[in-house]
Design a protein around this ligand. Sequence first.
Ligand SMILES: NC(=O)c1ccc[n+]([C@@H]2O[C@H](COP(=O)([O-])OP(=O)(O)OC[C@H]3O[C@@H](n4cnc5c(N)ncnc54)[C@H](OP(=O)(O)O)[C@@H]3O)[C@@H](O)[C@H]2O)c1
Length: 255
Amino acid sequence: MEEAARAGRTLLGKRLLVTGGSRGIGRGIVLAAARAGADVVTCYRTPGEAVASLEQELARTPGKHQVVRADAADPAEVNRLVAECEASLDGLDAVVNNAGSFLPRPYAELEPEEWDATLRGNLTAAHLVTRRTLPLLGAGSSIVNIGSTVAFLGMAGGVHYTAVKSALVGMTRSLARELGPQGIRVNTVSPGRIATEALDEQPAEAAERERRMFSSFTALGRLGTVDDIARTVLFLVSDHAAYITGQNIHVDGCV
Ligand SMILES: NC(=O)c1ccc[n+]([C@@H]2O[C@H](COP(=O)([O-])OP(=O)(O)OC[C@H]3O[C@@H](n4cnc5c(N)ncnc54)[C@H](OP(=O)(O)O)[C@@H]3O)[C@@H](O)[C@H]2O)c1
């Protein structure tokens, strides 16, 4: 009976920090990891219904889980977030740098503040969290950075975003070399267009148009789901991926 209950709990005993877990891909990773048996800490910036429902779902899921209000791009808040991980989990086995944001803007109209915000929110945040969590990570642990397939394709209106997501790939590769001797693995997961709540919240016609257009770009003829990304992240942080480091995995249905 106990064996059956454990079936599928591939992350039993693992301790994860996932940034940006209240919505979208991060939320999918948090819930999938908790259901796979991990203890999970996550963070967000904006309180609301999404945070409350995540806390409720995690309360129903076995394990020690915590949802912390902390901006991953703010050094003082990252210190507080990681201190919470130390206090509640006494270390970490995996860090998933998922928090990120993007506002499309034609390059000719891109203001310095928008460039800085994109850099801070998508790259500096990953650096701050990784640097601060390093003392909590030991041999066998791993880091996953969430990039984006568009960093490899290019995107009109996304020069700032694709520049920083490309930088994440370089950061991953160098960190893999630097941390490999300590037994710490580092990988990037680059999603294609993923159907999240943000898409559902658009006016129905616009959402349908976007769904059709992005689906047509893929070999599989559909958008990705948060579970497509979560399953890949769970594999990468699991012991099944013990010899995989420094890699970028496209989860994009082949665009
Ligand atoms: N969705 C896609 O199609 C897609 C495709 C390729 C790559 N990605 C990447 O996947 C990641 C997640 O994207 P998503 O579409 O799921 O985004 P989303 O729906 O906007 O959700 C982002 C989550 O991260 C939180 N967050 C954002 N910035 C944060 C910060 N500085 N500190 C703490 N929490 C923060 C948000 O909450 P608050 O706003 O309350 O902080 C929210 O919970 C991003 O790195 C994105 O670039 C997404």
